[in-house]
Write a protein that binds this ligand. Structure first.
Ligand SMILES: Cc1cc2nc3c(=O)[nH]c(=O)nc-3n(C[C@H](O)[C@H](O)[C@H](O)COP(=O)(O)OP(=O)(O)OC[C@H]3O[C@@H](n4cnc5c(N)ncnc54)[C@H](O)[C@@H]3O)c2cc1C
Length: 402
């Protein structure tokens, strides 16, 4: 196994770095670096900058705007994107629904949805989880009953990320209640402007508005919005969930966080010297860095293995990357909280929050404002994309063979 990059791959990295640091608006990258929330306009602006250059959907087939890169080039792109604090292209469009339509959709669906999805002209959200169906997703109970040329959809989805911005939702609905759990489900595209849809926010413990409940009350959906075969939506769901786990290690992102931790620890004092000079704190940073290096190496090994794989099925070893990656992201959020110390205690609205009612210049401790919300928000990374306990089950079955 050769883990070195070729000269061409190094040149590719340079080009990615140049593009991300010169073309993506600096104000947006700064907000990401500081752990602040982006609004819809900022996410769309960053996505469109990538799209113009063909970097929003590089993993799609060339015909639909893909870049025809090697797996190593994809890896370098992702790492540089994360390290340089570029908001990733909207995952619901580019990594979830788009690939499902490419793999299972009709030609008419591809023509209608893919170009707008790639450009983020339409914002999509994911309607899978329900109050009684998360890890046990196949237990979902939202129904779609066929009446002539429409489905009538009734039920509730939950934890629907950024549904408040969405134009469309891709949903798993039960179309055959008499069939075995996985067999009676269909993958259906629903226009969020349809009468009968209500979106209610779930305010998270960091005070953020990121997730929602979505209610469907007799929502009429044209039958042409069914993707793949009726009752076989579970095939689409398995395909989508496999894609969701890849790239979830977020190595580039954690590298950037550690760099920020070191910068801030050099600014903050612990007694008579900067915190970065405290041996105990240095040990904590080193422990996370060692774990991150090991994760990076593991990711490279999975990548090298993927180069030799002939099928397109997701590699079950990506579950290892998901667990370790999420643990490291949480560890960095804990270190940032520790650096902020008492400054993280008081609630301080972010400068672009309407509650931030002040014309005063930002004080030197404003960097600490996102530390506590960030810490609380990052509890999510071991839950979404399949909880870490579920990933351990996958490793036990598909990697260790128990
Ligand atoms: C921030 C955030 C954003 C999300 N965004 C979306 C979204 O946009 N769209 C969407 O559809 N969903 C979304 N989700 C939902 C997410 O996919 C689910 O939360 C996740 O699948 C877990 O389901 P649950 O919350 O119902 O927990 P449960 O499935 O009820 O699990 C509760 C606990 O039991 C454990 N557990 C469950 N089953 C097993 C088992 N067999 N073995 C061992 N342990 C088990 C779990 O690991 C967990 O600790 C989001 C979640 C979060 C936190």
């Amino acid at each position: 196994m050769d883990l070195r990059f070729s000269p061409a791959e190094n040149a590719f990295r340079e080009e990615m770095r140049r593009f991300f640091t010169t073309e993506v608006p600096a104000a947006i990258r700064k907000k990401v670096a500081e752990g602040r929330h982006l609004d819809k306009a900022e996410i769309v602006a960053a996505h469109k900058t990538l799209h113009k250059k063909g970097y929003a959907v590089p993993h799609w087939p060339k015909q639909w705007g893909g870049a025809d890169w090697t797996p190593v080039e994809h890896y370098i792109y992702t790492e540089e994107l994360q390290f340089n604090c570029v908001p990733p292209p909207l995952a619901f469009n580019v990594s979830m629904c788009g690939p499902v339509i490419i793999a299972f959709g009709t030609e008419a669906q591809k023509q209608r949805f893919l170009p707008r999805m790639a450009a983020l002209d339409d914002w999509w959200c994911q309607g899978f989880s329900e109050p009684g169906a998360g890890s046990d997703l196949a237990g979902l109970s939202t129904t779609a009953v066929k009446k002539g040329d429409h489905y009538i959809v009734n039920g509730q989805k939950t934890w629907t990320t950024l549904a408040q911005h969405a134009d469309w939702i891709f949903c798993l609905c039960r179309t055959d209640p008499s069939a075995k759990k996985q067999l009676g489900i269909s993958f259906i595209l629903i226009d969020m402007r349809s009468p009968g849809i209500i979106v209610r926010p779930i305010v998270t413990m960091d005070g953020g508005r990121e997730v929602n409940e979505v209610f469907f009350d007799d929502v009429k959906v044209p039958v042409e919005n069914l993707v793949g075969q009726e009752h076989r939506g579970w095939d689409c769901a398995k395909f989508l969930l496999g894609n969701e786990r890849t790239g979830i290690a977020r190595v580039g992102y954690s590298k950037q966080r550690i760099q920020r931790i070191k910068e801030l620890a050099a600014r903050v004092r612990a007694g008579d010297r900067p915190l970065i000079e405290d041996d105990r704190f240095r040990e904590k940073i080193a422990a996370v860095e060692v774990e991150l290096k090991a994760l990076e190496m593991t990711q490279m090994r999975v990548l090298a293995e993927d180069r030799r794989r002939t099928n397109n099925m997701p590699n079950p070893k990506s579950s290892i990357l998901k667990i370790k990656g999420s643990e490291i992201q949480q560890a960095t959020s804990e270190l940032l909280l520790e650096i902020a110390g008492p400054l993280a205690l008081a609630y301080r609205p972010e400068p672009d929050d309407p509650a931030f009612d002040s014309n005063e210049a930002l004080s030197d401790s404003d960097w600490a404002a996102p530390a506590a919300p960030g810490y609380f928000n990052y509890r999510k990374v071991s839950i979404y994309g399949g909880s870490n306990e579920i990933q351990r089950n996958i490793i036990a079955k598909a990697v260790l063979g128990f």
